[in-house]
Design a protein around this ligand. Structure first.
Ligand code: NAD
Length: 325
């Protein structure tokens, strides 16, 4: 692979996933050599097919929980490999725990050997069903380790702990981003999360499925904003966790009404029982991101949903023709 020695090299695990693929795009646009690594367990090569053939891009098909090897120098590692939606991690709980624990350990080892800075994708789920609102980074969380979501939440909490241990004990350069619900093109239509579920149900003319009474809240961040926050955090000198998300909070019922209005259909909800340990409130306090990174979200929900809808329209049609999902 032709790379010049000046060019910075970044390894992005989970590079064929929703967020990882957008990160690949961003780092290539910034002039980096990008190595995407993925075992495709929840990802899709379609997300990065536009990058194949580019001189500064390579793809490694590998399971980071087993063993990680990358030839040549590495300046940065972004560890984004992990099932991320409940539908996925409930199906593959052991792999989820392994990629957060063994995978992170393998990558921290690689970062040490290469002298690379490592950023991990943590999550608002480390706060569990939060007792304080909005969530600040100092909050320790309210997680049920043996509940159905424990495999994901505890994998991420362990991931943060081992990353801080490498930072404190080995002096490794590390960064921790706590990502709140993010959306945009390349989300899977059927990943079970509320935003793709509502959009694809509305596109198919179906009722929208609302869990519980719909009074639980979420705060949705558009993917380009998230990527900007991650980019700034990586290049900052701040090693403690930073929330990146959009604090514009909405109840699920209001969100359903908003989607119905956007798509010019009547809001007809079908209510289903709330899943166990589902967080009732979710809103990031982004004071740290504002102060340390000079970051705040720029894309409002109306604009973000319009951009996402374009992508979903194409994919719902393809799915209807039996080609995907
Ligand atoms: P995704 O499922 O689209 O992407 C994850 C990618 O990781 C997939 O391509 C999958 O194949 C790959 N992967 C999983 N296990 C692997 C392994 N053992 N080895 C190699 N590759 C593996 O999910 P996403 O939404 O893009 O999430 C990416 C990261 O961001 C995850 O770590 C997730 O926990 C975190 N995160 C996402 C959100 C969000 O709103 N999307 C919120 C909080 C945190």
């Amino acid at each position: 692979m032709a790379t010049n020695s000046e060019q910075k090299r970044v390894l992005i695990t989970g590079g064929a996933g929703f967020l990882g693929s957008h990160l690949c795009d961003r780092f290539l646009a910034e002039g980096y050599h990008v190595i995407a690594m993925d075992n495709l367990i929840t990802g899709d090569l379609a997300n990065i097919e536009h990058l194949f053939g580019k001189e500064s891009f390579e793809f490694h098909h590998a399971d980071v929980s087993k063993f990680v090897f990358v030839p040549g120098k590495l300046d940065y590692i972004l560890h984004f490999a992990s099932p991320a939606s409940p539908i996925d991690y409930l199906k593959i709980p052991i792999q989820t725990l392994k990629v957060g624990s063994l995978g992170t350990h393998n990558l921290l080892g690689l970062a040490r050997v290469k002298g690379a800075r490592m950023l991990i994708a943590s999550t608002s789920e480390v706060y569990g069903d939060p007792e304080i609102h909005p969530q600040v980074e100092e909050y320790f969380g309210n997680v049920n380790p043996v509940g159905p979501r424990g495999c994901y939440d505890e994998a991420k909490r362990f991931q943060e702990a081992i990353t801080m241990a490498y930072h404190n004990h080995h002096g490794l350069e590390t960064r921790i981003v706590r990502i709140f619900n993010t959306y945009g093109p390349r989300m899977r239509l059927n990943d079970g999360r509320v935003l793709p579920a509502f959009l694809s149900q509305a596109l198919r003319g179906e009722n929208l499925t609302v869990f519980g009474d719909g009074s639980q809240t979420r705060s949705f961040c558009y993917v380009d904003d998230l990527v900007e926050g991650i980019y700034r955090l990586l290049l900052s000198d701040y090693a403690l966790p930073v929330n990146i998300g959009n604090p514009d909070e909405i109840t699920i019922k209001e969100f359903g009404e908003e989607i119905a209005k956007l798509m010019n259909v009547e809001f007809k909800p079908t209510y289903q029982e709330l899943p166990q340990n589902d967080p009732m409130k979710r809103k990031p306090d982004i004071t740290k991101a504002r102060e340390i990174l000079g970051w705040e979200p720029k894309v409002d929900r109306a604009e973000g949903l319009r951009r996402t809808l374009e992508y979903f329209k194409e994919h719902v049609q393809v799915a209807a023709a039996g080609q995907v999902n």
